[in-house]
Write a protein that binds this ligand. Sequence first.
Ligand code: SF4
Ligand code: SF4
Length: 433
Amino acid sequence: MQTSFPPELLADPAMRNSESVIRKCVHCGFCTATCPTYVLLGDELDSPRGRIYLIKDMLENDRTPGPEEVKHVDRCLSCLSCMTTCPSGVNYMHLVDHARAHIEERYRRPAMERLLRAVLAWVLPHPERFRLALALAPLARPLQPLLRRSVALRPLAAMLELAPRRVPAPAPAAAPAVPSRRGRVALLQGCAEPVLRPEFREATMRLLARCGHAVVFARGEGCCGALVHHMGREADALAAARRNVDAWMVEIEGEGLDAILVTASGCGTTIKDYGFMLRNDPAYAEKAARVSALALDVSEYLSRIELPAATPRGLTVAYHPACSLQHGQKVTEEPKRLLGQAGYAVRVPHEAHLCCGSAGTYNILQPDIAGRLGERKAAALEALGADVVATGNVGCATQIARFAGLPVVHTVELLDWATGGPLPAALASLSQE
Ligand code: SF4
Ligand code: SF4
């Protein structure tokens, strides 16, 4: 795609990068067929190619975007399906991240939206605040029908729908001791996952301990920054990245780490991108690149180490590949292979490349599109006739559980169970049948 950025704009490294991304696009439109918002809405401006044109116009002319442009960028899930499809190697992720930061800086959203986004950015990355908000959710539930009637307040209704009826107890803060150590890894503690599904981390710690791999939690580490990054809050995202790099560098330079493991693939995609995000910061560029190089999805690490012998549990698993895992990290075969090796029959749904509608805060901020995608995904998974859905991202697990009549677990919970761990909590009903 031809561009005409003025030279003074190209002095900014972010603009230079976006220009080079845009120039790679050859307008072929292959990406439109696999873009969930284009598939649902059929509007070119809700396709990757249409958004690239909008972003190009906005950046190249150094313009404050209008509500229409913001609407189409906001509707993007950042699912990165377009990146898997694109034959020209267009890095849409970096382009849309830049566009969101530009919008956040220049565009004044309506008051209610500003408030909602500020609350999400203040609550979600902090487990204690998030846990408290979930504990208070039942008080607001009676207002749900009223909230659903107003377009501006519908995100609040979506938030209440996503809140679990019971807030789970936190996972243990320390991993089990490992007698003879074959490896040492840091496990991301994260923000939303330990609050919503603490059993994911517990299963991971048990399984790694059984394999002889010590797990550490780096002191001072917190939310990876993905949630605020996708809302365009670049300074907050970079602050989160720097804090985590500092925390992990202490471990890397101390006893050493074989990997930094992530059980929520949405976070993994962002941590693997820290090297890029901090590339222009001389104090952090090299350290961030080291951290990104060590970051692995838990399924990648488990594929590289020796696992204990498995007892087949006789279940058929519908595997839902999270977009952040399949498109963001290109990890596609490992989870299925691990489940198969552990004795599960694995099935993959129709349209596995399409997002379930979770996408960070998307199912709160864009509840209508997210709901349609959630229903479509649930129907595809239910059609497989499986006993359980397995996935590698807490956002997907929450979204799918809302729409599908099947238990939803993390892939690691099934591996832990097959190799001697307890029955996953979400499968308790199966044992009673
Ligand atoms: S990231 Fe997903 S929703 Fe956004 S343009 Fe690409 S395919 Fe479409
Ligand atoms: S597939 Fe790639 S090159 Fe083709 S229009 Fe989409 S982003 Fe551009």
